[in-house]
Design a protein around this ligand. Structure first.
Ligand code: CP3
Length: 370
């Protein structure tokens, strides 16, 4: 397979001939760094507890049932599209949904709790690399349903956890503040750590590729916990496995016009942004701990950026929200920027403030096209 970025470029050329089609959506054009009339916006965790219509559904169905029932996952995915008017939808699911098929049960209370942890070579050896068509057909069905329900102007993002972040949950068994067990494994038994990361990468590569084949129009990896690593350790334990997933996705989907943008959410990434040039991504998502103009310098000319408003800004008044949004737009530049928060929207955010942000970004970024 040729350079996957060239494949995206070829797809872009093809989309020009189908102007007005799904490939022409603002969000996809911004991912490809094509000219846009305004900056597209979507919001990480845009479906969730801050929305009253989400809480109403969750009173009846628990979180995993909502993820595993295509009609429910579809409805919850659409809720923020209707209320906010965002430029992209993200499948309602969770990065830990593939774990049970790997052999590890998981519950949400609401934070994730794994049935057992992976700490030894023997633990890694029994982990399975599932076929997503057999193990998570409901995810693929939800995607097919959504592609029928969503307007062409609102592309659907499929996603998974990046290998290092998946491995962190498998080793720790839950979210923590210390993360001493994953680090113990990295430094005390790096061979086992690499074996675990490899299984996570193979699972995620198949899972994301299947989502694209089912109709997802972008493939996103969340690497929330890569921020735990020094730049050197990032290059050893996180980066090669992200590249492996994105290359697998590009390869599996290069034919039939399925080449889609690959988005890498890197979180607190200032220490190793330059390494992101080599991970085979199309877009890098960042949090608010770095200015986007500086980030672009480190990332180079070929990558688009996504982010990076501090989600807590949405707890402030209207003027604070618009002023901070204007600053992000200015630093993000006029091409190759997808507006987003730097991390998931906070559960106590007033929904009206999210709507205000979406409208403000549209207005502030609208460029004279005459
Ligand atoms: O963005 C979206 O709207 C799509 C859905 C989505 C969820 N989780 C739904 C969810 C996505 C993309 C995720 C990603 C995810 N999940 C990440 C990476 C991004 C990040 O936030 O850092 C991580 C680390 C997880 C693991 C996870 N799942 C945690 C830590 C929690 C509990 C804390 C929390 O924020 O709620 C979950 C549960 C979860 N995932 C909920 C939702 C809507 C809440 C469940 C509920 O309704 O009670």
């Amino acid at each position: 397979v040729a350079d996957p970025n060239a494949v995206v470029a070829a797809d872009a050329a093809r989309s020009a001939s189908t102007a007005g089609g799904a490939d022409d959506a603002l969000f996809l054009r911004a991912c490809r760094r094509e000219p846009v009339e305004r900056t597209p916006i979507w919001i990480m965790r845009q479906a969730g507890r801050y929305l009253p219509e989400y809480r109403t559904l969750r009173d009846k169905y628990d979180f995993l049932t909502s993820c595993r029932t295509p009609e429910l996952a579809c409805e919850i995915t659409l809720q923020p599209v209707r209320r906010l008017g965002v430029d992209a939808a993200i499948l309602f699911s969770d990065i830990l949904v593939p774990l049970p098929a790997m052999g590890i049960g998981v519950e949400f209370t609401p934070g994730p709790q794994l049935e057992r942890t992976i700490r030894s070579a023997a633990d890694v050896a029994v982990l399975r690399v599932p076929d997503p068509h057999e193990s998570t057909p409901y995810v693929l069905d939800a995607i097919r349903l959504l592609r029928r329900e969503l307007p062409q102007s609102v592309p659907l993002i499929g996603f998974a956890g990046a290998p290092f972040t998946m491995a962190t949950y498998l080793v720790e068994g839950r979210g923590t503040k210390q993360f001493s067990e994953i680090k113990r494994l990295l430094f005390n038994d790096p061979i086992t750590a690499h074996a675990l990361l490899e299984k996570c990468a193979d699972t995620v590569g198949r899972y994301l590729a299947a989502q694209v084949e089912a109709g997802a129009q972008a493939a996103m990896l969340f690497d929330t916990w890569a921020s735990l690593l020094s730049p050197t350790d990032y290059r050893e334990f996180a980066m090669p496995y992200v590249t492996r997933v994105f290359t697998a996705v590009a390869r599996a989907t290069a034919t039939g016009g399925l080449a889609v943008p690959r988005i890498y959410y890197a979180g607190n990434a200032a220490g190793w942004l330059d390494a992101c040039r080599a991970i085979d991504a199309t877009v890098v998502g960042l949090d608010w701990r770095i200015d986007l103009d500086r980030a672009r310098n480190d990332l180079g000319e070929t990558l688009a950026v996504q982010g990076n408003l501090d989600p807590a800004v949405l707890l402030g008044p209207r003027l604070t929200i618009t002023a901070h949004a204007a600053e992000v737009i200015r630093r993000g530049g006029t091409t190759g920027h997808i507006f987003n928060l730097g991390h998931g929207i906070l559960p106590d955010t007033p929904p009206d403030h999210a709507r205000l942000l979406v409208d403000a970004v549209a207005e502030l970024s609208a460029r004279a096209t005459a």
